[in-house]
Design a protein around this ligand. Structure first.
Ligand SMILES: Cc1ncc(COP(=O)(O)O)c(C=O)c1O
Length: 382
């Protein structure tokens, strides 16, 4: 029987792998290559680090175990993972995407994927009828973020999985915002789960990584061949940093979630806040759907303030919260999506989605909640 998720964060799949030296902290295999015993027989299962490396294998097995996946492949960034994922498709293939996505993903689709012949439609994936209506004979995948970055839109994963299956297409879910601790899309019918491991998995704002997790082995083998061919795999030291980060995933997620909800409730009561987009607040339109498919709501959310001046005053005035892009780490970060994460999304699309110059995204870290509130108070009350 598989261990609980908290235990697997620390030990991975305990039945699968033991390190020969019995080191408690898995070693960093800082080597480019591995010696062969005889032609065609390497003795260790490892040839060359671009293709595979024990430290990377260890973090891949741990992430696969957390996502209930048959296979996980570790990449040098979340974008590297998404790039590899899109190598599964051919010119002429059609992909349906959530209209609200991390801006780098949109940039990849417009600058690279479309150039390579993929046809991509952006739809409001919170509306299953809109997803269904977008399906064509050439549709090969439905690609969603739930909750989405930065508008925190929630997509019904079981509903999308049913639509994808009925059409023989893949459901691909970017699970970065909730992490496997709170959500396991494969259990709901997804075929591929991806992560920017630079966020909650690494968890300390100190490394960049990405993961593709597959529901079945055949798809996992295809992804692994793409990774080996593209060569955008995760280095041994970064693999180790993610392994170390994962050990505390459960406690970080719980604590950060609690603090974030306190901040969201506090912000909702401030006269200079127009709207708080937090999926743990019962008035969020995706509250019920999220509650039915996940075990929590994470610690990243967005809020709209009354003017651009207020937004800039907060960004430039906070002292404890850092004005920086990224999320999911121990340090609280505040981000200006319109300029930092989504500048490559066309202006009219940003406007339609609500990514305006009054929108701020907050990733709540592990600091004391009263200190974080005091930081925001000090800027907005002077
Ligand atoms: C939801 C989401 N997916 C993917 C990425 C890309 O990941 P990375 O920055 O590790 O390349 C990000 C980055 O912010 C993200 O927020």
């Amino acid at each position: 029987m598989s261990q609980s998720i908290e235990t697997r964060c620390i030990h991975g799949d305990i039945h699968k792998y033991r390190e020969d030296s019995r080191a408690i902290s898995f070693p960093i295999y800082q080597t480019a290559s591995f010696s062969h015993m005889e032609p065609g027989h390497n003795g260790s299962g490892f040839d060359y680090t671009r293709e595979s490396n024990p430290t990377r294998s260890r973090v891949e097995e741990t992430v696969a175990s957390l996502e209930n996946a048959a296979e996980a492949v570790a990449f040098s960034s979340g974008m590297a993972a998404i790039t590899a994922c899109f190598e599964l498709f051919r010119p002429g293939d059609h992909v349906i995407c959530s209209e609200d996505l991390y801006g780098g993903t949109v940039r990849l689709f417009h600058n690279i994927s479309e150039k390579n012949g993929l046809v991509i439609d952006f739809v409001d994936s919170t509306d299953l009828n809109a997803v269904k209506a977008a399906i064509r004979p050439a549709t090969k995948a439905i690609y969603v973020e739930t909750p989405s970055n930065p508008m925190m839109n929630v997509t019904d994963l079981r509903g999308c999985a049913a639509l994808a299956k009925a059409h023989g297409a893949l459901l691909i879910v970017d699970n970065t915002f909730l992490s496997p601790y709170f959500q396991n899309p494969i259990d709901l019918g997804a075929d591929i789960v991806l992560h920017s491991g630079s966020k909650f998995l690494g968890g300390h704002n100190d490394t960049i990584s990405g993961f593709l997790c597959t529901a079945d082995q055949e798809l996992g083998d295809r992804v692994r061949l793409i990774a080996k061919t593209l060569g955008n795999t995760l280095a041994p030291f970064d693999s180790w940093l993610v392994l170390r980060g994962l050990k505390t995933l459960a406690v970080r997620m719980e604590r950060q979630q609690k603090t974030a909800l306190t901040l969201a409730i506090w912000l909702s009561a401030q006269p200079w806040v127009k709207k708080v987009y937090h999926i743990g607040l019962p008035d969020h339109p995706g509250y019920e759907v999220n509650a039915g498919q996940s075990r929590g709501f994470g610690s990243t959310f967005s809020f709209a303030v009354d003017s651009k001046e207020t937004a800039l005053k907060i960004l430039q005035g906070v002292r404890l919260i850092t004005f920086a892009e990224s999320l999911g780490g121990t340090e609280s970060l505040i981000t200006y999506p319109v300029v930092q994460t989504h500048p490559d999304v066309p202006a009219e699309v940003r406007e339609h989605l609500g990514i305006t110059d009054t929108l701020l995204r907050l990733s709540v870290g592990l600091e004391n909640e009263m200190d974080l509130i005091a930081d925001l108070k000090a800027v907005t009350e002077d």
